[in-house]
Design a protein around this ligand. Sequence first.
Ligand code: PFF
Length: 457
Amino acid sequence: MSTNRQDRGKWGSRVGFIFAAAGSAIGLGNIWRFPYVAGENGGAAFVFLYIIFVIIIGVPVMISELAIGRYTEKNPVGAFRLLAPKSWWPALGMLGVFTGIGILSFYSVVAGWTLGYFVKTILGEFSGEITTGNLEVIYNTFVGNPVAVIIYSFIFISITALVVQGGVSEGIERWAKILMPFLFALLILLTLRSITLEGGAEGIRTYLLPDFSKVRAATFGKALGQALFSLSLGMGTMITYGSYMSKKENLVTAAGYVCFFDTLIAILAGLMIFPAVTANNLSMGEGPGLVFKVIPAIFSRMFGGHIFGAGFFLLLAIAALTSTISLLEVPVAYLVDERHWKRTNAVLLMAAAAFLLSIPSSLSFMSGGFFANIPVLKMKFLAFMNIIMGNYSLAIGSFFIALFVGARWGTGMIRSDFTENRLSPVVYNIWRFLIRFVCPIAILAIFIYIIVSGDYA
Ligand code: PFF
């Protein structure tokens, strides 16, 4: 089957690719999810495991996904069809397509909250004397109001659809290139304010001094899930993005840059959040509301804080947008490449599916509602999707991607990407060892540990 090249596109430049891939990686995962999951799972010990997983699993899997994408120039399903015809490997690509919609559905709800907080800040809801109690009330009232939340997530999915409709380099690349540096600057500014807050030292300690007695089976699972989620791995996003990458670029260095910046932003976000948590007598286990309570608390104590606060929420929404774009791009590329759909129709169908699936997540914070505490699972629908799609599905996907490259496709296919860049053969051998042995064994061991201990979530 021939691919319609016109509808596919390529990145405009080398930096363009790195920005777009970093744009996919950097998002709510770093600034919303990382700090609260770290807070719930023992702080520094979690952060330590997270970094280890980025290095031994994230980097090698990212190199593998990019290589598969660039080699095949296809979406995940098409890529596995080409490399392993008449096998069940393409099902792994299909898992990625479904996971993309699944993650997009709950992700856009939280992205919608970010838009809502931007509006609230502009309207001056956080001006005057702001107490922790006020912040709790503002948060609970807002997320508990399904109408507002559904409207905001609808707006968010619509903007995502518009950009994805614009195609790769016109839409995705341009946005990412212009806006990411601003987010970084603002993050540093808020971090500086936060670490100088009175009462913040305790938070910094929890964040930086590990207490390994807090580590359980679920901690391993969550640190692994968080590393994969944050780097956009395990569902073929980087296969899809790699397919738009030119053969001239070196994918090993590109993967290195993306993993480095993504991790840097997550670590910085923690450094911004944790001191402010203790300075404001909030709890480390605050859950998904953490950043929405903490950020206003930080900027309300800054000169000109409202401008910075509004800017922060807006930039966070934009960082989320460069991630939702990549989530939607996977299923869209599948329909365009494999089923020869028009890009517009593919975007409409997949965006509509994600929106419908987002509704139960939007209803998850309505007190007493069905989706706020699903029977049997005893958790919110959003939390359920977050764990199943954002942790387990990505871990299963990464496990099989590692197996595919290590055992079926062969690591030799990627060798030239290491040698061309004059990286020493040692680096290639390290990657080869990690992808063939360490990645699959570590992921499997974590699954077994979780099943045996019954510590699922
Ligand atoms: N990496 C994104 C973040 O950290 O916000 C979320 C994400 C995007 C996950 C794309 C998975 C993905 F394929």
